[in-house]
Design a protein around this ligand. Structure first.
Ligand code: ARG
Ligand code: ZN
Length: 452
């Protein structure tokens, strides 16, 4: 936000004009237009109706935000879809579109540090976003509804968002679909309202969530609800997905085991969604990971580990993505070791045996992916996980798990950076780890033996 102020001519000019134009992005190095400056969203209320036959979506959105400076104009991110009407603090506001920006001019200037509300009524056929790596993202049509996974930039394909993980907010979703279908969201299923051949599913996730972790996955589902220690569990599986039950039954063991290593599970709700999708990946949707079919136990463990690393402790900027993927991959190794598979040491040595000439394996270094097309490159996952195992071997298991638990605890429900992680590890171990992390995270090529 500071960058926004600097971009304005002078402080006195701001005061004279009464407000500034909120910046079109939060300044992320990979997605300069993602998110918006000048305010922070506290809460989204999304009310959507979707007809799978026509693929038409009608949305009524209400969000509550706080201005971080005096604003006479601000943006939300919205891709495709047509806004019919925008109100700010209950008064009609004028609006225009430019690329992914929905530019809103309220009737009156919004004073700094004051809360305000925005209502956006919109409709249209949501368009799937194609990511820089070629994957589909956002609202993805399926034969019976939609598979909704929005990392890194798909949320604006179905609602107007301050679309950046640094602005986490509470989410309330009302999703109306034809009877016979279900809409699965995040958090708690508050109620299902039946009316004229339609069903409205009301969901509530009061723990702040990054926009890309929101879902409204629609289709035919068998839903199983249960209790897992003090948590509510809700698992939704499309009847076409066969043979996933035995793996899903491991959720309690995986969550309990990770709680012993990473500290308490960070949310009140847990579960999973399995729904056939044209997308080939899974996503760590907050409280309820989303799978394109019956994945293996290791992938289930990976997405559940993200609840701590990515969902509860979230990125401040996208280039820090190894904080999500390296950690979830390390957790995968940990689950493998716990269940009688190879040890962490073995997994590290097996990966480390990859020859230096295999630059596709070693580059880019996980702390510096270079371009957004590399966000989900294998190296972010594998060399990211190796970084953590190398750290464990350097500082010892005790200080290593103290580090992971401090990280999950100190930044719970918030945002953090790689520099902060290094600080956490240095504090826990009493060692200077600048060189170690430079070699593993920043230096291109295979770290030479003995170089860290
Ligand atoms: N975070 C997901 C995972 O756990 C991957 C998301 C991939 N998304 C994409 N657009 N390529 O592995
Ligand atoms: Zn992942």
């Amino acid at each position: 936000m500071a960058a926004v102020v600097v971009a304005v001519a002078s402080a006195s000019a701001v005061a004279a004009a009464g407000g500034v134009d909120g910046a079109p992005g939060v300044g992320d190095p990979f997605f300069p237009d993602a998110g918006n400056g000048g305010y922070e969203v506290d809460r989204y209320h999304l009310d959507i109706s979707y007809s799978p036959g026509s693929a038409n979506l009608v949305g009524h959105e209400r969000l509550r935000a706080t201005a971080t400076e005096g604003l006479d104009r601000f943006d939300l991110d919205l891709r495709g879809l047509n806004p019919d009407r925008v109100k700010v603090n209950g008064e009609p506001a004028t609006f225009s579109r430019s690329g992914q920006e929905l530019i809103i001019t309220p009737a009156a200037i919004l004073p700094a540090n004051s809360p305000f509300t925005v209502q956006v009524d919109y409709a249209g056929t949501p368009q799937t976003i194609t990511d820089p790596d070629g994957s589909p993202d956002g609202w993805i049509r399926t034969d019976d509804g939609a598979w909704v996974a929005s990392e890194p930039q798909g949320s604006p394909s179905w609602f107007a968002a301050n679309d950046h993980p640094s602005d986490k907010a509470e989410f309330f979703l009302h999703a109306t679909v034809p009877a016979g279908l279900k809409a699965i969201g995040n958090g708690r299923l508050v109620k299902v309202v039946r009316h004229h051949g339609l069903r409205t599913f009301e969901w509530s996730e009061p723990v702040p969530m990054a926009t890309y972790l929101a879902t409204a996955t629609i289709g035919r589902f068998n839903v199983t609800r249960s209790h897992l220690d003090g948590l509510r569990s809700l698992v939704a599986v499309d009847p076409q997905v066969q043979g996933f039950g035995k793996t899903l039954a491991k959720i309690p063991q995986i969550v309990r085991f990770f709680s012993t290593r990473f500290g308490p599970y960070p949310f009140k709700d847990v579960g999973a969604i399995a729904d056939p999708s044209p997308a080939a990946y899974s996503l760590e949707v907050q409280t309820r990971p989303l799978f394109p079919g019956a994945v293996g136990e290791i992938t289930l463990a990976h997405e559940l580990a993200h609840q701590w690393f990515g969902d509860s402790v979230s990125l401040k900027t996208w280039p820090d993505i190894w904080l999500n993927e390296g950690f979830a991959t390390f957790a995968q190794w940990l689950w493998g070791q716990h269940t009688g598979g190879e040890s962490l040491k073995h997994d590290f040595r097996h990966s480390y045996a990859t020859p230096a000439s295999d630059s596709g394996f070693w580059d880019p270094p996980p702390g510096d992916p270079g371009t957004p097309a590399n966000l989900f490159d294998g190296t972010i996952y594998d060399r990211g996980a190796m970084t953590l195992e190398a750290l464990r071997e350097k500082i010892g298991s005790h200080d290593f798990y103290v580090t992971l638990r401090a990280w999950a605890h100190d930044h719970r429900w918030g945002n953090a950076t790689t520099a902060q992680f290094i600080h956490t590890a240095e504090t826990a171990s009493g060692k200077d780890l600048a060189h170690f992390f430079h070699v593993w995270l920043q230096r291109p090529g295979k770290p030479a033996p003995g170089s860290w």
